[in-house]
Design a protein around this ligand. Structure first.
Ligand SMILES: *Cc1c(COP(=O)(O)O)cnc(C)c1O
Length: 475
């Protein structure tokens, strides 16, 4: 055996002990590790002829990289929709690597990891209040989940006109409708050959809404009734976390045929909350749903699920079957993720989610979701009461968009405030734009976030001299 490998092999106890200690130090300090750091100056890498061994690699990593990483899994990293990692999820994720299974078939030799993945999907469906008429699997993120679901939609659309798009390519026009699609759904259309320019925009409802106007959807569907259609609806838009009216869309589908996909990447977890589950009422009628686990479920990257109605299993296998495997008689009989999703070899990705579901149960996730919403509301109230910012969008769930009261020079001020805030490293937020209004956006999904973190953020906001226009006038 090669020397460094042999040494590592013999030292595995010591190695993992060091890793564990390093990990614990990080986790215990997560509260105070900066959310933003200057970009490191890294020497161009030079691959040695001889390996240095893992202990040396660890030293090198800690010397040069570890202190440049930001606390994105900490309690005040509110950019994008960034989840953290619960203890259960860390345990599951570590073991995923240790077991190193290639999760594919239910009937494969020796490996039961696909069974556990199926069980995780079943548990998730219960958590989200969805029926077991859905089957599903894990992919790297909601982008791939949207891709997988929309690929089934494409096959469905083609087959309504006898066009097997998986085998023969897209031979007929397929129309796609959406009001406020996430950029990743648009990207999925590009990857699927449906074309990112080919979304037919549906009007949003009046006022501050980002949800689709169902009457307009109806009109548009009738206008394009000659073509098979796919509707992408939002189970939580990124700025105001608005939800399409799922019941109305379900009712519409009784009269006009279309493939119905819901992007519920983070908003799907509203289903955990007694108070907010109604936002998703009717979503069980969809053909497919995309849900991220590495956001509100607080599982490490990369983890998301696609949920596709079992009645579409044949379409799904047509789309994703590997090589020349024959079309399966009954896809449920010889179920394999190999023929069911975009990837062939896959890690034991479900394990972190499985650990989390078993460890925290329905009430654990209900608490996580309700806590995030409470933190968003608290932050919004305090911004309105104590700063000279106003809300740019209603706080429907767990995202706060705010903007300077003073309209002139908004863009510049936002830039300056964000630069100052993010440089502080104590809190991290991102710029956004809601209905044309430039704003600062904060998304709450991390289980660690508490009222003390809101205190810190408000304190930071108030400390910024650039915050107050009155102060600026005086200068
Ligand atoms: C984050 C997000 C996505 C993309 O998810 P990734 O996990 O980044 O691939 C899709 N849709 C919505 C609504 C999102 O918030």
């Amino acid at each position: 055996m090669y020397t460094a490998l042999q040494q590592d092999h013999q030292q595995i106890n010591d190695l993992l002990t060091v890793v564990k200690e390093r990990a614990l130090t990080y986790l215990h300090q997560l509260d105070t590790i900066p959310n933003n750091r200057p970009e490191p100056k890294l020497d161009p890498p030079l691959l040695g002829e001889d390996g240095a061994g893992t202990m040396a690699a660890l030293d090198h990593f800690y010397q040069h990289f570890a202190d440049t990483l930001v606390a994105s899994s900490g309690p005040r990293y509110w950019g994008f929709v960034t989840g953290g990692t619960t203890p259960a999820a860390i345990a599951g994720d570590w073991l995923t690597t240790v077991f190193d299974q290639n999760t594919q078939t239910l009937s494969g030799p020796g490996d039961v990891s696909a069974h556990l993945e199926q069980q995780t999907i079943a548990l998730l469906l219960q958590l989200l209040g969805l029926p077991d008429t859905f089957n599903g699997g894990f992919v790297t993120g909601a982008t791939m989940s949207n891709f997988t679901c929309l690929a089934v939609g494409r096959q469905w659309a083609g087959m309504t006109k006898g066009n097997d798009t998986a085998r023969d390519g897209i031979q007929i026009p397929i129309k796609v409708f959406s009001a406020t699609p996430h950029s990743s759904a648009v990207k999925a259309l590009a990857m699927l050959g449906l074309g990112s320019n080919n979304i037919i925009p549906v009007k949003t409802m009046e006022g501050s809404r980002e949800a689709m106007d169902i009457n307009d959807l109806h009109t548009q569907l009738l206008l394009h009734a000659d073509h098979p259609t796919i509707v992408i609806s939002s189970g939580g838009t990124v700025n105001s976390v608005d939800f399409d009216d799922m019941q109305a869309i379900a009712a519409l589908r009784e009269t006009v045929p279309f493939y119905w996909h819901i992007d519920a990447a983070f908003g799907g977890f509203a289903a955990c909350s007694a108070q907010y589950a109604h936002l998703l009422k009717g979503w069980e009628g969809a053909d497919s749903i995309a849900v991220d686990c590495h956001k509100w479920m607080n599982v490490p990257y990369d983890s998301a699920v696609y949920l596709v109605k079992r009645v579409h299993a044949r379409l799904q296998v047509q789309t994703f079957q590997n090589g020349n495997a024959p079309y399966l008689g009954n896809p449920d009989d010889q179920f394999s993720y190999l023929n069911f999703g975009p990837e062939n070899s896959r890690r034991f990705r479900a394990l972190a989610a499985w650990f989390s579901l078993i460890a925290y149960g329905k009430n654990g996730f209900r608490w996580m979701v309700d806590n995030s919403i409470a933190m968003a509301q608290l932050f919004g109230q305090r911004i309105t009461a104590e700063t000279d910012f106003v809300l740019a969008a209603p706080i429907r769930l767990n995202v706060v968009c705010f903007t300077p009261k003073e309209e002139t020079g908004r863009e510049e001020r936002i830039k300056a405030v964000l630069a100052a805030l993010n440089t502080s490293g104590r809190v991290f937020m991102t710029p956004s734009r809601y209905k044309g209004i430039p704003c600062i956006r904060a998304a709450f999904v991390n289980w660690r976030t508490s009222a003390a973190d809101i205190d810190i953020a408000i304190g930071e906001l108030l400390e910024r001299p650039v915050l107050s226009t009155r102060q600026q006038d005086k200068q």
